[in-house]
Design a binder for this molecule. Sequence first.
Ligand code: AMP
Ligand code: MG
Length: 492
Amino acid sequence: MQLTNSYAALPERFYQRVRPTPVREPRLLLFNRGLADELGFDPALVEQPERLAAYLGGNETLPGSEPLATAYAGHQFGGFSPQLGDGRAHLLGELTGRDDVPRELQLKGSGRTAFSRGGDGRCALGPAVREFVMAEAMHALGVRTTRSLAVVTTGESVRRETPLPGAVVTRVARSHLRVGTFQYFAVRGDTAGLKALSDYAIERLYPALRERPEGPERYLGLLEAVIAAQVELVTDWMRVGFIHGVMNTDNTTISGETIDFGPCAMMSAYDPATVFSSIDRGGRYAYGNQPGIIAWNMARLAETLLPLIDEDEQRALKRAQACISTVPHLLDDAWQTMMVGKLGLPNADADEDRALLAALLKQLHEGRLDYTITFDRLTESLAAGARAENEDEDELEGIDRGWIERWRRRLATHDVTDEAARAAMRTRNPVVIPRNHHVEAILTITAETLDPSYAEGFLEVLRTPYERRPGTEKFTDAPADGDEHYVTFCGT
Ligand code: AMP
Ligand code: MG
């Protein structure tokens, strides 16, 4: 097992070579054996928790690893910071796993770097466990995301408002490149850096683009590929009710993976204006704003690529704008198709299907109905025998009978049988999601006991989110207040 370091082959100004700061008492708390296996981890090493803790707590260097902290910039809540960078993270290198795809290993909470500014470079245990649980839950839900390999406790405390136990989380990603990485070079007028970065992104993430002649078509292709990946990603977030919470350009990946599970949360009662993050006072990153924000972030990416699209700025702008102007339509089409898909309908071409969806969402919103439970119940209402059972009710879990009849007529119009609709809906509507009150309870008890079994039990259920299994029902309940008063805090 030998790490490779493709990022370290980029020019020195892309990063700082820096080793993690050792921790006092590294102890392996959570370890993702399935992922370790996919990554081709040495089976002997997997059986040695002390060695894993030493490597993944940052005290020892994994074979082949050349640790570094990457430079990036970013728009945070709309304001631009020309220099952010990995202030508490170390890229260890890549492992090429069973599927032949190289994946980056990164430690987070592993000590200060040149990019730490005032920060301590550390991470508290609660946010580390949140990252671990949420990333794996999202992966199981079928959403593009970074993964989590491990949480190591440090035996040190971190100073936040109060002292908290410290931890290092190991994150695994196709790539940690962000829109903000491109902004870092663009704002410095470093076109050579930008080109090296773009070529690297194409090679690592979108190699098919290398078939195109070097020049505008290739770099426009990169922009289009990132847009396509992000449209798919945000549409999936909308599908499962995920609210990222900090969709800054430094938290928007080039690979289209979900990254940074700081103040993220799941929507309970359906309301597009749902915001949980204490730092998002204006509601910029509310559930329903996420498509609009990703369109904005893609425009920021397009701006950085202008010098590679055409030497003539006006011509470059024209081509980039033509590409960016498609994004709202791509997002709307993807969203409509996804949402009618949650109703078992094949596509969103028909006005009648779009109207049906709008009527449902109005009832969900006005009734403050739980998003996940409602779609789960609609799915199960098509099960053999279930229809007869609820035929005489004048509503189904808060949805009025008139709407239900209308929905069934639309299924019939499309020649979709109940069984086919239910099967399709079952792949799109989860039974169980990482609900905020359960996540909080797990974080609290894990920090108090340092016992991994609570988080592991929760994850076991979350790994099959579209199935009812023994134990699933423990985690499916909606919070009493629809999470009206739930607040998340930035992990920093
Ligand atoms: P985030 O909000 O986690 O996306 O982080 C935004 C920026 O702040 C990144 O440059 C991080 O590296 C940096 N940062 C966050 N927390 C810390 C910390 N505890 N120490 C140093 N840098 C940090
Ligand atoms: Mg970040």
